[in-house]
Ligand binder design. Structure first.
Ligand code: DC
Length: 231
């Protein structure tokens, strides 16, 4: 049986960092669902498709093929055979993704693909609705958070690393909007699952964050094993 680790939380709360290190440590497949929503947004932008054009969007959704390819120090996102890793991280794509992620057909199709990806594989999946909607029965769920200032600083740094320079105010307004869009969308809204373990990453080092999560996962694996032995 496969083991599913679900990680949810708002923008720049540390999800991707945590998912990357624990999937490496445990030898699990890491699936960044945000990259999937970003990729759909990028395809719509490139082809000048409006979000109300559900027919064209459905056509695109039917042909989507994702691959997450691990390299020594990162993970490449390959969509329909093309490496889109950096181009889906621009602020323009991020802004548009927030809208695209509210389209019901997009959420349904990506949820279906995410569930398929997890078949017969141990996975770490990070996003906004993993523990609530995609895998409500995940073996373990984490909900990450961090204070707004820390998250804005992290986003500024991430954008800079990708060659884009925005000031604090611009990024603060965007982060606020992305979170609001995610919290208030009617389907797949950002919400902490009642059984999720909360981690405030504001002042944690990456090692601290990793140790907290790994200890919880090991504990959970032991519990599952002892239950299996009892049966
Ligand atoms: O995690 P991220 O910043 O790469 O996510 C990009 C966008 O996709 C963000 O607007 C939230 C949305 N998203 C979502 O709606 N559901 C998910 N499971 C993952 C991301």
């Amino acid at each position: 049986m496969s083991f599913v680790v679900a990680i949810d939380g708002p923008t720049s709360s540390g999800k991707s960092t945590l998912a990357k290190i624990i999937s490496k440590e445990l030898g699990f497949t890491n699936i960044q669902t945000g990259a999937m929503y970003r990729s759909v947004a990028k395809i719509l932008l490139d082809n000048n498709i409006q979000i109300i054009d559900i027919e064209k969007i459905s056509e695109i959704l039917g042909k989507l093929d994702f691959e997450f390819r691990d390299t020594e120090d990162s993970q490449l996102v390959i969509v329909n055979g093309k490496d889109v890793t950096s181009e889906i991280r621009t602020k323009e794509v991020t802004d548009f993704t927030s809208e695209v992620a509210s389209i019901q057909q997009v959420r349904e199709r990506l949820t279906q693909l995410q569930r398929n990806m997890a078949q017969k594989k141990n996975i770490v999946m990070e996003g906004r609705d993993i523990g609530t909607s995609v895998f409500p029965n995940a073996d373990i769920k984490f909900f990450l958070m961090a204070n707004a200032n820390v998250r804005i600083q992290r986003k500024i740094k991430e954008l800079r690393e990708n060659g884009e320079d925005y000031n604090y105010q611009e990024v603060a307004e965007s982060v606020y909007k992305w979170d609001k869009d995610a919290i208030y969308r009617s389907q797949g809204a950002l919400k902490r699952a009642p059984d999720a373990i909360c981690i405030d990453t504001s002042t944690l080092t990456i090692d601290d964050m990793k140790n907290i999560a790994i200890n919880q996962i090991i504990e959970k694996q032991k519990q599952i094993k002892s239950l299996e032995l009892e049966i």
